[in-house]
Structure formats: structure tokens, C-alpha cells
Design a protein around this ligand. Structure first.
Ligand SMILES: C[S@@+](CC[C@H](N)C(=O)[O-])C[C@H]1O[C@@H](n2cnc3c(N)ncnc32)[C@H](O)[C@@H]1O
Length: 395
């Protein structure tokens, strides 16, 4: 395999889209046979070198040093924006394939399927948008003992190493790293004192990036998601970065928490199930809930809000949920307009929660100004939003 193959239901996180491919090291196959890549996300600490890519179309050349590009989320721009639109691979108008108009190019939901213009031999690669092919480097089946050497050899304190897959079907999006995870991680790094010594629960943690950052300051992080193979990858990432978290005495516990189920699984035979001690620790001590980039499907959004609501009622203390969301704009022929339905649904769910009155808890919703510093390399587009929900007992 030397190229990622795209099918109609394939999604690729923007974090990986413009990553210089020499940073993509394919390391192994996971337990379900998917190729796993290793990316390094570098923290940029110094005030001088903080990345200023907060506006859409931020130029690749704005990044201070080549070294800061080590993060998997190199700050390219979406196709057709900062890369010169002339000759952009995603031109929707008549292209070399001779496709005119959009009538026949709708997916099942009615979204416009834009056909990529085949690369012509004469196409020159813009120097600042490198898109080399992904080359497999080492190919081994998953082995438990690989971690031993890797964790010791790579105990650098400003690099987070994440194994992930690329270009997955929608069901497996959690095996990629999403921009919202980096955005929320930036906020944690900025407001680290809010997290210090806390017990934190992350919902839909995917590859564990945000949980790892949270665990650099928190006492305990429950890093939760669904699916044994995804959770195994997540667990491996926690181990790969244990030097960042364990040195401060923090504990990251990877557990299954399915928003579509009412109870936490305590069956010992099920991987990543909960012990009774975990559950009482979770309920007695959690004061922060996190969720990054989990609002892309209305049913799942409903399930997540239901979970949040249910958990909030079980927690002993007041808590704050911090949610990151990317307002994804799609042109649909059914609306003949650009819409962001998943975001609209998220937004109305926030308001419903705020209006809820049950005499026990009060939910107060507040947007967070996205002006906090950027410590990680990704494109801080203005569609990235952070929301806080304060949950307090009604007195
Ligand atoms: C777009 S990914 C975001 C992953 C990660 N937070 C990030 O930003 O990189 C959405 C996540 O929601 C998780 N998810 C989807 N349905 C879920 C469910 N029913 N219960 C728990 N997690 C779920 C997926 O497995 C996936 O990890």
C-alpha cells in the first residue's frame, strides 16, 4: 500500500490533509488490519514562537521554524483557499474530466460530491503545499512488546506521539485526530490551572490526544470512547506518552463509555470495562467533562447530550463541560445554499439544555472566546468553537 485510497464514504481529518508526508510513518497494522501511522505533535511553548494562524487561509510560511512543523497538523489551508485557487485540485467548475454542472454528483444525503481533477503531468506542485505520497516504512503486526523500547527512546517533553489511522469510513473517524482535539488541547494548556489536580472525564476521546494533554495537569483522566479496537489504539497512545503524564503522578484510564447505552459496562470479561471503584471515583470526584469534535451526526449529538445530562446528575460535585466543535459548512442542492445542519443541531441542543428545569441542576451555557494562544500546529480556522456548560445544583 503506498497511497491512501478514497471511497465515497471515506473521511480524512483536515489535520492530516496538508501534513508533509515525510511525517507520516506507517508503523504497523492494528488488530483489525488497518494501517496505523505515527504522527508527532510538537508543543510550541515560547511566546515568541507561538503560531499565528488564527485566520482562515493562514499561510504555511507563517510558521516560525521547520521544527514546529513536526505536528501532524501542518497549517495548510483547505483545498482551494490558501493554496492558489488557480489549478486547485478541487475546482468545482468544468475541469479536465469534462464534468459540467453538479446535477449527477450528489451523495446519498444530497451533498455535492466534487470530483477531483486528475493530476496532469504539467501540474506543478506549489512549493508551500507539499503533497508527497505516503510511503509505508515499517510494517509489522501489532505486538505488545514494541512499546517498551518506544516509550523509553522518545521521552521528549514537548512532543506528543500519536498512532492513528488515516482516511477511514465514517464509523472509524475516532481513529484519526481532529482539529477540535488540538483546539481543546490548546485551551487546556492555556487554562492549565483550571485542570490542575482535577478528575476529568473525556467523552468520545478517539486517539486520546486531548486526554493526554489534560493528564499533564489533571490528577485522573477517564478517557472514554467506544469499540475495543479503537480503545486499544487509544490505550497504546496513552502508553506512548506516559512520560508526559505519569511524571506528575497523573493517571489516565481508558474506558468504554457508549452514549447509546444507559449504563457503564462492569463486565470484567469486556475489555475497557469499569470497576466499581472506577465508577465511584468518577461520580465522587469528576468536576470537568471534555468532548472534542463529536457533533457531526444528529442522533449521536442527542445521545451525547443525554449522556452528559445523565452523568451530571450522578456527579457529586458541580462540574463544567468544555466542548469543541467545528462548524462545518456544506453546500447542498436540497437547500441551494451553504448550511451547517450538524452545527445547528448542536447549537439547539445547547439551548434546550440551558432551558431545562428539573429543580435539581442548572445548566448555564457560555461560548469561549477563541483568542487563547495556539501551542500546537494546526489551522485555527474561525469555524472552530469552544463552549462551556456550567452545571450547578439548584439551591
Ligand atoms: C470525530 S471523532 C473525534 C475524536 C477525538 N475527540 C478527536 O477530536 O480527535 C468522534 C468520536 O466520537 C466517538 N463516538 C461516536 N459514537 C459514539 C458513541 N455512541 N459512544 C461514545 N463515543 C462515540 C467516535 O468513536 C470518535 O472517537
Amino acid at each position: 500500500m503506498d497511497e491512501v485510497t478514497f471511497k465515497s464514504d471515506t473521511v480524512l481529518s483536515d489535520v492530516h490533509l496538508y501534513t508533509p508526508n515525510q511525517r507520516h510513518l506507517m508503523v504497523r497494522l492494528n488488530s483489525t488490519g488497518q494501517p496505523v501511522f505515527l504522527s508527532h505533535f510538537k508543543l510550541v511553548w515560547s511566546q515568541d514562537s507561538q503560531i499565528d494562524l488564527r485566520t482562515e487561509g493562514g499561510d504555511y510560511r507563517d510558521v516560525p521554524t521547520e521544527e514546529t512543523l513536526a505536528g501532524a497538523g501542518s497549517p495548510g489551508s483547505p483545498p482551494g483557499s490558501s493554496c492558489s485557487s488557480e489549478g486547485s485540485p478541487l475546482q468545482a467548475s468544468t475541469d479536465a474530466t469534462g464534468q459540467e454542472g453538479a446535477g449527477a454528483q450528489l451523495d446519498e444525503d444530497g451533498d455535492l460530491d466534487v470530483v477531483r481533477r486528475p493530476r496532469a503531468a504539467s501540474d506543478s506542485e506549489p512549493a508551500w503545499c507539499p503533497r508527497d505520497k505516503v510511503h509505508p516504512m515499517i510494517l509489522t503486526q501489532e505486538e505488545d512488546d514494541i512499546l517498551g523500547d518506544e516509550t523509553q527512546e522518545n521521552s521528549t517533553y514537548d512532543i506528543i506521539r500519536i498512532e492513528h489511522t488515516m482516511a477511514t469510513p465514517l464509523d472509524d473517524v475516532g481513529k484519526q485526530v481532529w482539529r477540535g482535539a488540538l483546539f481543546l488541547a490548546d485551551y487546556i494548556l492555556f487554562q492549565w490551572d483550571l485542570f490542575q489536580g482535577r478528575t476529568v472525564l473525556e467523552l468520545g476521546a478517539g486517539m486520546g490526544f486531548t486526554s493526554i494533554i489534560a493528564a499533564t495537569v489533571a490528577q485522573t483522566v477517564y478517557c472514554t470512547d467506544v469499540g475495543a479496537d479503537l480503545l486499544a489504539m487509544c490505550q497504546r497512545n496513552i502508553a506512548l506518552n506516559s512520560h508526559l503524564t505519569a511524571s506528575g503522578g497523573s493517571v489516565v484510564k481508558v474506558r468504554e463509555l457508549d452514549w447509546l447505552k444507559d449504563n457503564l459496562c462492569t463486565d470484567r470479561d469486556v475489555p475497557f470495562s469499569w470497576s466499581e471503584e472506577d465508577i465511584s471515583d468518577l461520580y465522587n470526584h469528576t468536576t470537568i467533562m471534555l468532548a472534542a469534535e463529536v457533533f457531526y451526526d444528529d442522533e449521536l449529538t442527542d445521545a451525547l447530550f443525554k449522556t452528559l445530562f445523565r452523568l451530571a446528575h450522578k456527579l457529586k460535585n458541580a462540574c463544567t463541560a468544555i466542548l469543541s466543535v467545528e462548524k462545518r459548512l456544506n453546500f447542498t442542492l436540497s437547500h441551494l445554499d451553504v448550511t451547517c445542519e450538524a452545527y445547528d443541531h448542536f447549537h439547539s441542543s445547547l439551548h434546550q439544555l440551558e432551558k431545562h428545569r428539573d429543580g435539581q441542576l442548572r445548566f448555564t451555557v457560555e461560548p469561549v472566546e477563541a483568542s487563547f494562544p495556539q501551542y500546537l500546529v494546526y489551522e485555527r480556522i474561525r469555524q472552530l468553537e469552544l463552549w462551556k456548560i456550567f452545571v450547578e445544583p439548584v439551591t
